[in-house]
Design a protein around this ligand. Structure first.
Ligand code: NAP
Length: 289
Protein backbone atom coordinates (compact mmCIF):
# COMPACT_ATOMS: atom_id res chain seq x y z
CA UNK A 1 0.00 0.00 0.00
CA UNK A 2 1.41 3.37 -0.98
CA UNK A 3 1.83 5.81 1.89
CA UNK A 4 0.00 9.04 1.09
CA UNK A 5 2.04 11.53 3.13
CA UNK A 6 -0.36 13.85 4.96
CA UNK A 7 1.12 17.36 4.78
CA UNK A 8 -1.90 18.88 6.51
CA UNK A 9 -1.44 16.65 9.54
CA UNK A 10 2.33 17.22 9.64
CA UNK A 11 1.76 20.99 9.46
CA UNK A 12 -0.85 20.83 12.22
CA UNK A 13 1.61 18.96 14.46
CA UNK A 14 4.24 21.65 13.85
CA UNK A 15 1.72 24.40 14.67
CA UNK A 16 0.64 22.66 17.90
CA UNK A 17 4.24 22.29 19.09
CA UNK A 18 5.04 25.84 18.04
CA UNK A 19 2.02 27.24 19.85
CA UNK A 20 3.34 25.83 23.15
CA UNK A 21 6.85 27.21 22.44
CA UNK A 22 5.41 30.65 21.63
CA UNK A 23 3.40 30.69 24.89
CA UNK A 24 6.50 29.86 26.92
CA UNK A 25 8.60 32.43 25.01
CA UNK A 26 6.05 35.18 25.65
CA UNK A 27 5.81 34.25 29.35
CA UNK A 28 9.57 34.28 29.87
CA UNK A 29 10.57 37.22 27.68
CA UNK A 30 7.45 39.40 27.50
CA UNK A 31 7.97 39.61 23.73
CA UNK A 32 5.46 38.36 21.17
CA UNK A 33 7.02 37.27 17.84
CA UNK A 34 5.81 39.47 15.02
CA UNK A 35 5.61 38.66 11.29
CA UNK A 36 4.89 41.60 8.98
CA UNK A 37 3.85 40.81 5.41
CA UNK A 38 4.07 43.25 2.52
CA UNK A 39 1.55 42.55 -0.24
CA UNK A 40 1.81 44.54 -3.47
CA UNK A 41 -1.14 44.62 -5.87
CA UNK A 42 -4.27 42.49 -5.99
CA UNK A 43 -3.15 39.13 -7.40
CA UNK A 44 -5.93 36.81 -6.09
CA UNK A 45 -3.60 33.86 -5.40
CA UNK A 46 -1.19 36.11 -3.45
CA UNK A 47 -4.10 37.53 -1.44
CA UNK A 48 -5.16 33.99 -0.44
CA UNK A 49 -1.58 33.01 0.49
CA UNK A 50 -1.12 36.16 2.60
CA UNK A 51 -4.48 35.70 4.34
CA UNK A 52 -3.54 32.12 5.26
CA UNK A 53 -0.08 33.15 6.48
CA UNK A 54 -1.50 35.89 8.69
CA UNK A 55 -4.32 33.73 10.08
CA UNK A 56 -2.01 30.84 10.95
CA UNK A 57 0.61 33.15 12.48
CA UNK A 58 -2.07 34.55 14.79
CA UNK A 59 -3.42 31.07 15.57
CA UNK A 60 -0.10 30.04 17.13
CA UNK A 61 -0.07 33.15 19.32
CA UNK A 62 2.22 35.39 17.28
CA UNK A 63 1.40 38.85 15.91
CA UNK A 64 0.96 39.33 12.18
CA UNK A 65 0.49 42.61 10.37
CA UNK A 66 -0.09 43.26 6.70
CA UNK A 67 1.10 46.25 4.68
CA UNK A 68 -0.99 46.47 1.50
CA UNK A 69 0.48 48.50 -1.34
CA UNK A 70 -1.03 49.44 -4.69
CA UNK A 71 0.10 47.71 -7.88
CA UNK A 72 1.75 50.92 -9.12
CA UNK A 73 3.75 51.55 -5.92
CA UNK A 74 7.34 52.67 -6.55
CA UNK A 75 10.34 50.55 -5.63
CA UNK A 76 11.56 53.43 -3.44
CA UNK A 77 8.37 53.29 -1.40
CA UNK A 78 8.64 49.51 -0.87
CA UNK A 79 12.28 49.94 0.17
CA UNK A 80 11.24 52.67 2.64
CA UNK A 81 8.75 50.27 4.26
CA UNK A 82 11.43 47.58 4.49
CA UNK A 83 13.93 50.04 6.04
CA UNK A 84 11.35 51.01 8.66
CA UNK A 85 10.55 47.36 9.46
CA UNK A 86 14.27 46.48 9.60
CA UNK A 87 14.71 49.17 12.27
CA UNK A 88 11.59 48.23 14.25
CA UNK A 89 12.59 46.02 17.22
CA UNK A 90 9.01 44.82 17.59
CA UNK A 91 9.11 43.20 14.12
CA UNK A 92 10.97 39.88 13.95
CA UNK A 93 10.01 38.57 10.52
CA UNK A 94 9.51 40.44 7.23
CA UNK A 95 7.99 38.73 4.21
CA UNK A 96 7.42 40.36 0.82
CA UNK A 97 4.87 38.25 -1.04
CA UNK A 98 6.07 37.24 -4.52
CA UNK A 99 5.61 37.75 -7.40
CA UNK A 100 6.06 41.53 -7.51
CA UNK A 101 4.86 43.73 -10.40
CA UNK A 102 7.19 43.87 -13.44
CA UNK A 103 8.51 47.40 -12.69
CA UNK A 104 9.95 46.28 -9.33
CA UNK A 105 13.40 44.66 -9.08
CA UNK A 106 12.57 41.59 -6.96
CA UNK A 107 16.21 40.92 -6.21
CA UNK A 108 16.77 44.47 -4.84
CA UNK A 109 13.72 44.11 -2.59
CA UNK A 110 14.73 40.73 -1.16
CA UNK A 111 18.31 41.87 -0.55
CA UNK A 112 17.04 44.94 1.36
CA UNK A 113 15.48 42.78 4.08
CA UNK A 114 17.66 42.47 7.20
CA UNK A 115 18.92 38.82 6.94
CA UNK A 116 17.90 38.04 10.55
CA UNK A 117 14.32 39.02 9.67
CA UNK A 118 14.30 37.28 6.26
CA UNK A 119 11.82 34.53 7.21
CA UNK A 120 11.49 33.38 3.58
CA UNK A 121 15.23 32.64 3.63
CA UNK A 122 15.80 34.20 0.19
CA UNK A 123 18.49 36.77 1.16
CA UNK A 124 21.94 36.01 -0.29
CA UNK A 125 23.42 35.80 3.23
CA UNK A 126 20.92 33.10 4.20
CA UNK A 127 21.43 31.20 0.90
CA UNK A 128 25.19 31.51 1.45
CA UNK A 129 24.92 30.01 4.93
CA UNK A 130 22.79 27.16 3.58
CA UNK A 131 25.20 26.43 0.73
CA UNK A 132 28.28 26.67 3.00
CA UNK A 133 26.71 24.58 5.75
CA UNK A 134 27.07 27.45 8.25
CA UNK A 135 24.63 27.53 11.19
CA UNK A 136 22.33 30.36 12.18
CA UNK A 137 20.72 31.14 8.83
CA UNK A 138 17.03 31.11 7.96
CA UNK A 139 16.21 28.27 5.54
CA UNK A 140 13.59 28.65 2.76
CA UNK A 141 10.24 27.27 3.86
CA UNK A 142 9.11 25.05 0.98
CA UNK A 143 12.44 23.16 0.75
CA UNK A 144 12.41 22.68 4.51
CA UNK A 145 8.86 21.29 4.26
CA UNK A 146 9.94 18.84 1.53
CA UNK A 147 12.69 17.36 3.71
CA UNK A 148 10.37 17.01 6.71
CA UNK A 149 7.84 15.16 4.54
CA UNK A 150 10.52 12.88 3.04
CA UNK A 151 11.50 11.99 6.62
CA UNK A 152 7.87 11.21 7.47
CA UNK A 153 8.07 8.47 4.84
CA UNK A 154 11.65 7.24 5.26
CA UNK A 155 12.53 8.02 8.87
CA UNK A 156 15.09 10.55 10.08
CA UNK A 157 18.06 8.94 8.37
CA UNK A 158 18.14 9.82 4.67
CA UNK A 159 21.87 9.10 4.44
CA UNK A 160 22.98 7.42 1.22
CA UNK A 161 19.62 7.80 -0.54
CA UNK A 162 19.74 8.98 -4.12
CA UNK A 163 17.58 12.10 -4.40
CA UNK A 164 16.66 13.56 -7.78
CA UNK A 165 15.45 17.18 -7.63
CA UNK A 166 13.52 18.31 -10.69
CA UNK A 167 13.96 22.09 -11.03
CA UNK A 168 16.80 24.45 -10.12
CA UNK A 169 15.05 27.64 -8.98
CA UNK A 170 16.54 29.68 -6.15
CA UNK A 171 13.39 29.30 -4.07
CA UNK A 172 12.84 25.53 -4.37
CA UNK A 173 15.18 23.41 -6.49
CA UNK A 174 18.60 24.64 -5.38
CA UNK A 175 17.86 25.01 -1.65
CA UNK A 176 16.10 21.63 -1.39
CA UNK A 177 19.11 20.03 -3.11
CA UNK A 178 21.40 21.63 -0.50
CA UNK A 179 19.23 20.45 2.38
CA UNK A 180 19.25 16.89 1.02
CA UNK A 181 23.02 17.06 0.62
CA UNK A 182 23.24 18.09 4.29
CA UNK A 183 21.26 14.93 5.04
CA UNK A 184 23.99 12.94 3.22
CA UNK A 185 21.82 12.10 0.23
CA UNK A 186 23.46 11.68 -3.17
CA UNK A 187 21.80 14.52 -5.04
CA UNK A 188 21.11 14.96 -8.75
CA UNK A 189 19.57 18.23 -9.94
CA UNK A 190 17.64 17.93 -13.22
CA UNK A 191 16.28 20.86 -15.25
CA UNK A 192 14.96 21.80 -18.66
CA UNK A 193 18.23 20.90 -20.41
CA UNK A 194 18.64 17.50 -18.72
CA UNK A 195 18.87 14.65 -21.22
CA UNK A 196 16.94 11.39 -20.66
CA UNK A 197 15.15 12.87 -17.66
CA UNK A 198 12.87 9.82 -17.20
CA UNK A 199 15.95 7.62 -16.90
CA UNK A 200 17.56 10.03 -14.42
CA UNK A 201 14.42 9.96 -12.25
CA UNK A 202 14.29 6.15 -12.41
CA UNK A 203 17.49 6.05 -10.35
CA UNK A 204 15.96 8.00 -7.46
CA UNK A 205 14.99 6.78 -4.01
CA UNK A 206 13.57 10.28 -3.39
CA UNK A 207 12.06 12.46 -6.12
CA UNK A 208 11.37 16.15 -5.49
CA UNK A 209 9.30 17.59 -8.34
CA UNK A 210 9.43 21.39 -8.68
CA UNK A 211 9.10 22.25 -12.36
CA UNK A 212 5.72 24.00 -12.56
CA UNK A 213 4.30 21.67 -15.27
CA UNK A 214 1.07 19.84 -14.47
CA UNK A 215 1.37 16.03 -14.26
CA UNK A 216 4.93 16.14 -15.64
CA UNK A 217 6.35 13.11 -13.79
CA UNK A 218 4.92 9.85 -15.11
CA UNK A 219 4.44 6.46 -13.43
CA UNK A 220 7.08 4.68 -15.54
CA UNK A 221 9.73 7.25 -14.44
CA UNK A 222 9.52 6.04 -10.85
CA UNK A 223 11.56 3.29 -9.24
CA UNK A 224 9.11 0.98 -7.40
CA UNK A 225 8.91 2.00 -3.74
CA UNK A 226 10.47 5.47 -4.21
CA UNK A 227 9.35 8.46 -2.13
CA UNK A 228 7.84 11.23 -4.28
CA UNK A 229 7.46 14.79 -2.98
CA UNK A 230 5.35 16.95 -5.28
CA UNK A 231 5.98 20.70 -4.90
CA UNK A 232 4.00 21.78 -7.97
CA UNK A 233 0.85 23.84 -7.73
CA UNK A 234 -0.82 24.05 -11.15
CA UNK A 235 -4.34 25.25 -11.82
CA UNK A 236 -5.86 23.30 -14.72
CA UNK A 237 -9.34 22.88 -16.19
CA UNK A 238 -10.69 19.41 -15.38
CA UNK A 239 -13.00 18.34 -18.22
CA UNK A 240 -14.62 15.56 -16.14
CA UNK A 241 -15.43 17.83 -13.20
CA UNK A 242 -16.11 20.82 -15.51
CA UNK A 243 -14.14 23.16 -13.24
CA UNK A 244 -10.63 24.36 -12.42
CA UNK A 245 -8.66 22.18 -10.02
CA UNK A 246 -5.18 22.19 -8.50
CA UNK A 247 -2.75 19.48 -9.57
CA UNK A 248 0.92 18.92 -8.89
CA UNK A 249 3.93 18.34 -11.12
CA UNK A 250 3.48 14.59 -10.61
CA UNK A 251 0.86 12.51 -12.41
CA UNK A 252 -0.62 11.32 -9.11
CA UNK A 253 -2.98 8.69 -10.60
CA UNK A 254 -0.05 6.93 -12.32
CA UNK A 255 2.70 7.47 -9.74
CA UNK A 256 0.64 6.39 -6.73
CA UNK A 257 0.60 2.87 -8.21
CA UNK A 258 4.41 2.63 -8.23
CA UNK A 259 5.75 4.86 -5.43
CA UNK A 260 6.25 3.72 -1.85
CA UNK A 261 5.15 7.14 -0.57
CA UNK A 262 3.79 10.25 -2.25
CA UNK A 263 2.52 13.71 -1.25
CA UNK A 264 -0.88 14.75 -2.60
CA UNK A 265 -1.72 18.13 -4.16
CA UNK A 266 -3.36 19.87 -2.44
CA UNK A 267 -2.60 18.77 1.13
CA UNK A 268 1.09 17.88 0.77
CA UNK A 269 3.92 20.39 0.55
CA UNK A 270 1.64 23.48 0.52
CA UNK A 271 0.58 23.38 4.21
CA UNK A 272 4.18 22.64 5.22
CA UNK A 273 5.42 25.83 3.57
CA UNK A 274 3.34 27.97 5.93
CA UNK A 275 4.18 25.83 8.97
CA UNK A 276 7.90 26.31 8.24
CA UNK A 277 7.35 30.06 7.81
CA UNK A 278 5.86 30.17 11.32
CA UNK A 279 8.87 28.22 12.62
CA UNK A 280 11.21 30.71 10.94
CA UNK A 281 9.34 33.65 12.48
CA UNK A 282 9.70 32.12 15.93
CA UNK A 283 13.39 31.40 15.28
CA UNK A 284 13.92 35.02 14.16
CA UNK A 285 12.30 36.22 17.40
CA UNK A 286 14.54 33.98 19.53
CA UNK A 287 17.62 35.28 17.66
CA UNK A 288 16.53 38.86 18.44
CA UNK A 289 17.07 38.45 22.21
P1 NAP B 1 10.42 28.07 -11.54
O1 NAP B 1 11.21 29.16 -10.94
O2 NAP B 1 9.59 28.32 -12.74
O3 NAP B 1 11.47 26.90 -11.88
C1 NAP B 1 11.06 25.77 -12.61
C2 NAP B 1 12.24 24.85 -12.79
O4 NAP B 1 11.78 23.73 -13.52
C3 NAP B 1 13.40 25.47 -13.58
O5 NAP B 1 14.61 25.17 -12.96
C4 NAP B 1 13.29 24.81 -14.94
O6 NAP B 1 14.52 24.54 -15.56
C5 NAP B 1 12.65 23.47 -14.60
N1 NAP B 1 11.92 22.97 -15.75
C6 NAP B 1 11.04 23.63 -16.54
N2 NAP B 1 10.63 22.83 -17.54
C7 NAP B 1 11.28 21.66 -17.37
C8 NAP B 1 11.29 20.43 -18.12
N3 NAP B 1 10.55 20.25 -19.22
N4 NAP B 1 12.09 19.44 -17.68
C9 NAP B 1 12.85 19.59 -16.57
N5 NAP B 1 12.89 20.73 -15.84
C10 NAP B 1 12.11 21.74 -16.25
O7 NAP B 1 9.45 27.38 -10.48
P2 NAP B 1 9.54 27.30 -8.87
O8 NAP B 1 9.29 28.64 -8.31
O9 NAP B 1 10.74 26.53 -8.47
O10 NAP B 1 8.24 26.43 -8.60
C11 NAP B 1 8.07 25.13 -9.11
C12 NAP B 1 6.68 24.63 -8.81
O11 NAP B 1 6.50 24.59 -7.40
C13 NAP B 1 5.56 25.52 -9.33
O12 NAP B 1 4.46 24.71 -9.69
C14 NAP B 1 5.19 26.39 -8.14
O13 NAP B 1 3.85 26.83 -8.17
C15 NAP B 1 5.38 25.38 -7.03
N6 NAP B 1 5.66 25.98 -5.71
C16 NAP B 1 4.95 25.49 -4.68
C17 NAP B 1 5.19 25.95 -3.42
C18 NAP B 1 4.42 25.37 -2.28
O14 NAP B 1 4.33 25.96 -1.23
N7 NAP B 1 3.88 24.16 -2.44
C19 NAP B 1 6.13 26.96 -3.20
C20 NAP B 1 6.88 27.42 -4.28
C21 NAP B 1 6.63 26.90 -5.54
P3 NAP B 1 15.48 25.69 -16.15
O15 NAP B 1 16.15 26.29 -14.95
O16 NAP B 1 16.41 24.94 -17.03
O17 NAP B 1 14.59 26.66 -16.86
Amino acid sequence: MTNIIDGKLAAQQIREQLSAKVDAFVDVNGITPNLTVILVGDNPASQVYVRNKIRQTQQVGMISNEIKLADNVSQTEILAHIARLNADHNVHGILVQLPLPKHIDEHAILEAIEPHKDVDGFHALNSGKLFSGLPGGLVPCTPQGCVILAKKALGDNLSGKHAVVLGRSNIVGKPVAMLLLQQNCTVTIAHSRTENIAQVVRGADIVIAAVGIANFVKGDWIKPGATVIDVGINRIFDEQQDKYTLVGDVDFAEVVKVAGAITPVPGGVGPMTIACLLENTFLAATHSL
